[in-house]
Design a protein around this ligand. Sequence first.
Ligand SMILES: [Zn+2]
Length: 314
Amino acid sequence: MKRTIFTWLSAFVASCFAVSSSPLQAAEALKVSVFSTILTEIAGRVGGDAVNVTGHVPIGADPHDFEPRPSDLKKVSAADVVLLSAKHMEGYVGKLKEATGGKVQVLEVGDQLPTLWMKGAGHAHGPGQKHDKHDKHEEGEKVEDPHWWHSVESTQKAVRVVRDAFQKMRPEQKDFFAKNAEAYSAELSALLKWAKLKVAELPRDKRKLVTSHDALQYFAKEHGFTVYPVSGLTASEQPSSKQVAELLTTIRAQRVKAVFAEDTANPKVLTQITSETGAVLGGQLWVDGLGSGSASTYDGMVRHNVTTIVDALK
Ligand SMILES: [Zn+2]
């Protein structure tokens, strides 16, 4: 009997040591609900084993058009923190806050990053331009461009915002989050260095982007491109003949070699443009979040976009 108790006790003591020797198991994993494929990756890389990340917006879904389902709201109400891309990307933020009853921290990560501005009504988005439905914008009024992740430097800032939030919630795991964020940020520095070298293959006067979705301003700023968006082009809308005529003039005058469709907009007018100017369709870009295949990581998405753009415009 004595021996049995001793055995049981030593097993108990050993299991206590096993728990305390791993600070990651000391607390239950933070429940993180994320509404951006980019931030899903960031949260997972910074949080590691100490977080349990749920990505609510599927790969390939149009984030401008996304609406949370009742099952999403249920999950959000049980989360420790909600991460949003913001800069007005998520028109449903009120709905999320309502679902949590104000008890869960809703972190609008993009709002802590540098902002570029774009024309409200001219922005070619998915059906109905839903992401701005809570804010009525006048035609021509400037609105925040939500596509901050096309600047690698902004993505590094987002990593720090997420790290700070996790550290505040779990001070005892501060060093763990800091180490993860640092390692991930070093990878992003290497990625940016690679991107700059790749773009350097393209002379400055060839850095001109014609796209069906005005989502690449942050990329353009980081790498010295000029953007010529095709206005008014969505699945349900067509640009006016005047808009198309203006664009044809620009493409000819600027000697643009290629134009780009992307994953969520209607490429019909782009085809018209290519047949009338001799520019070629430059291939698909992933502009609204992570893509599929090799573009299913942030590193892969950036490499895909940069390579596609540079090789088409050379
Ligand atoms: Zn977009």
